[in-house]
Design a protein around this ligand. Structure first.
Ligand code: ATP
Length: 604
């Protein structure tokens, strides 16, 4: 339990920046977190009102049951005269009202839970889409995905169950105590003193159980992680003959889960025993006291029955409330983790008054740019890097692995901001324009094409969602992708499989090129694929690229000599700087780094 609230307060500290929770006392912080959920729920006042009314009616109906039985026993059984039918009819009506009100409460409250979770999920996803890549490097996507599913499920439980359970039990509990007092003040006084005695141990043990359950959940999560990791890398596991070790690692995790589960089961069994003994023991004591009172003539038999039923209801209500508290703590944790995602601001945001870009020419300049990745602050990925690419020009970038070539593209698309220096598109510094507008001026063809588990059409028009089929086919033709697309079983409607698994490497690249054609932007950022393509496939890809580059400013990270040879200008990068620049022939003649790289490639 302590651990549970510890975690949630820790998380609470980091969340809801606008409230500056650091300054709030612990309790207020927790409430502040659930406030986030409340702010989503409050948008549906009608449903809340219906649920509340239904809840009050159900609570009243519940409380009137013991009164009904009291009347039956006192007036029907004991005195043995008069008509008992009205009492039973009244009880039947109560049953009907209770059933209806409970159903309505369940409907509206569950509806609210689902609605709030849907809204929160959508809001979180909307915010995630704004965030810059640095955020996803620091926060594991799997972890974020789990927040989206697991944490929202907890919220759903809070809104859709816990809160109404809490209110219902509060009403029944308090209403029950008041009714008990009206029946037998002295006995109720004694009962109230007894409640903490009964509930105390139950609550304490319950907290241990909660803690054990949480640890048990964690162990189950470990098993899940290992399973998906191993299954996802099965070829590697088998290729390196690590099956036994993986098997053992998995067994260990499974055994740890079992041990933890054993502890939980043990506590749960103990709790059940304790609960039954205390509750039934309590009721027996109560009836005993009551029976003495009946014999002494101070109380009626019906009252005793009503007291027993009501005290059962009251005990049940308080018992349920203790669980509600634990749920609320869990909910506060979940809510604060989601609030964190909602409050996260993108590092890269449009300036308040973005400068509109001038008519597109396709000029791209880097001025004295120095940059380190936020996750690797010790390495300067670019050092005082300057480059001017004029409209329509093709610049090939070569250099050893880690030289900073891909970093140029990351910065050009403003996924990160440089530490110093400026990058400009058509004369406008990136930081002063809307990133979306900047990115519209560029088409990026990555080394590894990213395809979505969707149709060929949707994958192609990722470049321009408004493109019609004619435009898509025209782009496919230009990208040398028409032939294989025509051969697909259902044409553009063909589902390409997870990550486009149903296409070959060369075909995937041509889809990426077709996307860039559809995007039709003046600047082209081309990261040539290094994956080995057969000669025919490579020719098709190269030809498609050549057509794409016509009349566009192109920076190409070149891995193939074909591109490098024909480039008007080659820049050679090493350790974040330009170390050489020129044409292929000039650079070979200079006998520097380029000549070395070229001779390596030629020899290969
Ligand atoms: P390659 O040809 O192997 O793709 P590259 O020349 O494109 O290499 P970059 O990817 O630009 O090299 O990397 C430049 C430096 O920045 C390297 O030291 C690399 O380790 C580091 N780096 C690249 N991406 C990241 C990242 N997302 N987070 C942290 N460091 C990074």
């Amino acid at each position: 339990m302590t651990e549970v609230s510890q975690t949630s307060t820790d998380l609470a500290v980091e969340s809801a920046k606008q409230d500056d929770p650091e300054k709030l006392p612990k309790k207020r912080r927790k409430i502040a977190n659930l406030k986030m959920v409340g702010s989503y729920a409050i948008k549906y006042p009608k449903q809340i009102a219906f649920a509340f009314i239904a809840l009050v009616i159900a609570a009243l109906a519940t409380l009137s049951i013991p009164a009904g039985f009291k009347a039956i026993v006192d007036n029907g059984f004991i005195q043995g005269e008069g008509d008992i039918a009205p009492y039973f009819e009244a009880l039947l009506v109560i049953a009907l009202v209770l059933g209806l009100a409970t159903a309505l409460r369940f409907y509206f409250v569950s509806w609210l839970g689902e609605r709030v979770v849907a809204d929160i999920r959508a809001a979180v996803q909307r915010n995630l889409l704004r965030l810059s890549p640095a955020f996803f490097e620091e926060n594991r996507p799997a972890e974020i995905a789990s927040r989206m599913t697991a944490d929202t499920a907890i919220i759903e439980q809070i809104v859709g169950t816990t809160v109404s359970v809490a209110l219902r039990n509060l009403f029944v509990g308090i209403g029950g105590v008041i009714y008990l007092f009206s029946l037998a003040p002295k006995l109720t006084g004694a009962l109230l003193l007894g409640i903490p005695l009964i509930l105390g141990p139950v609550i304490i043990l319950g907290r241990y159980l909660q803690n054990a359950s949480r640890k048990s959940q964690d162990r189950v999560a470990d098993v899940g992680t290992i399973t998906s990791e191993t299954l996802g890398a099965m070829k590697i596991v088998q290729a390196f003959g690590q099956e036994r070790r993986e098997g053992e690692r998995f067994s260990d995790a499974v055994e740890a889960t079992f041990s933890q589960a054993k502890r939980r089961i043990f506590l749960r069994s103990g709790l059940t025993a304790l609960f039954i003994v205390l509750i039934f023991g309590g009721i027996v004591m109560l009836v005993w006291q009551g029976a003495e009172a009946v014999r002494a003539g101070t109380i009626s038999g019906g009252s005793i029955l009503a007291i027993v039923i009501t005290s059962g209801l009251v005990a049940g209500s308080f018992g349920a409330l203790s669980e509600v508290y634990a749920d609320l703590v869990r909910g506060a944790g979940a809510s604060s983790r989601l609030a964190e995602l909602l409050a996260e601001e993108p590092d890269i945001a449009p300036p308040e008054n973005p400068i509109a870009l001038p008519a597109a020419r396709g000029q791209l300049t880097f001025d004295n740019v120095t940059f380190r990745y936020p996750t690797r602050p010790e390495v300067e990925a670019l050092k005082q890097f300057s480059l001017r690419v004029t409209p329509g020009e093709t610049v090939a970038v070569v250099g050893p692995s880690g030289a900073g070539k891909s970093t140029l593209f990351q910065l050009a698309q403003r996924f990160y901001d440089p530490e110093s220096g400026a990058i400009r598109v058509d004369g406008v510094p990136l930081t002063q324009a809307d990133p979306a507008e900047i990115r519209m001026r560029m088409a990026y063809v990555p080394q590894e094409t990213v395809l979505f588990a969707a149709s060929a059409r949707d994958n192609l028009r990722y470049g321009n969602w408004l493109a019609d089929d004619d435009q898509i086919w025209a782009a496919a033709r230009q990208a040398n992708a028409e032939r294989f697309l025509l051969d697909l079983p259902e044409g553009l409607d063909t589902y390409l499989g997870e990550g486009g698994a149903r296409l070959s490497g060369g075909q995937r690249q041509r889809i990426a090129i077709a996307r860039a054609v559809l995007r039709d932007s003046p600047i082209l950022l081309l990261d040539e694929a290094t994956s080995a393509l057969d000669a025919e496939s490579e020719r098709l890809v190269q030809d498609a690229l050549d057509k794409l580059m016509v009349d566009r400013t192109t920076i190409v990270i070149a891995h193939r000599l074909a591109t490098v040879r024909s480039a008007q200008r080659i820049i050679v990068m090493d350790e974040g700087r330009i170390v050489e620049e020129g044409t292929h022939n000039a650079l070979v003649g200079a006998n520097g780094l380029y000549a070395k790289l070229a001779s390596l490639q030629f020899d290969a």
